[in-house]
Design a protein around this ligand. Sequence first.
Ligand SMILES: [Zn+2]
Ligand SMILES: [Zn+2]
Length: 261
Amino acid sequence: MFRFWSKTKKFAENLLFPDNIKCIFCGVDIDHFEQRPYCDECAKTLPFNNGHRCEICDQPIFDDATVCDLCQKDPKPFKKAFCPFLYEGAVKNLVLKFKESNHRHLARPLANIISKSLEGVKIDVVTYIPMTPRKEKKRTFNQSKLLAEEIGKILNCPVLCCFSKTRDDPAQKELSFKQRREQVVGQYTAKSVRLNKNQNVLIVDDVLTTCATVSYCAGLILPQVKNIYVCGVAREYVRPNFQSNESQRFFCPKKRGKQGF
Ligand SMILES: [Zn+2]
Ligand SMILES: [Zn+2]
């Protein structure tokens, strides 16, 4: 009886939300959407972030180090980051579609993929990087909040709004690592949310680049909690340039593995 109703529910959902049976990258019908929302063909070429990488910020490392130069030089207030993809090609296009073309239905499958990368990590509370109310109103949703809500459902954890964003500065993408870190100060504040020293908190963002935003927000609540983890759909590779105290974003050059999650 239960199987009948769950199949009926799935059928009704597919009628209402036909995207929930299609590969999120190429749109072909798949029958394992809930387990893995992309097809076998796409899985062969997707930029999975599953090579040797920093055990703190999850960015690829091209030597034997376990922690990247940036994390060694600038210790992070969070314990570990989790990003299942690199921010390139089809993944970059999908994230932009999710954020900028109102494809909210992508929140659930993307949260599903992120949650798989969090397996074995104890999370008690999920929170997210906020937008300013003005920007959220303009976009009509906050993609990180949608991801956090779906991750909260999957992990069976409460989702709390721990931060506010108080101002929008010029696009951070053009800024260096140092400029970005300076800019983020004062852009975010902690809300008065009840947290405690037994809690492991997950901060959800869409894409991690310099980690300046998640680091700053993590620092705001670190004294109140046990551990902080961060996650995003994708990791944009940052190459440190310590001579000029800047960093540059560029495509990760290493050949990717073909195994998915
Ligand atoms: Zn596909
Ligand atoms: Zn690192």
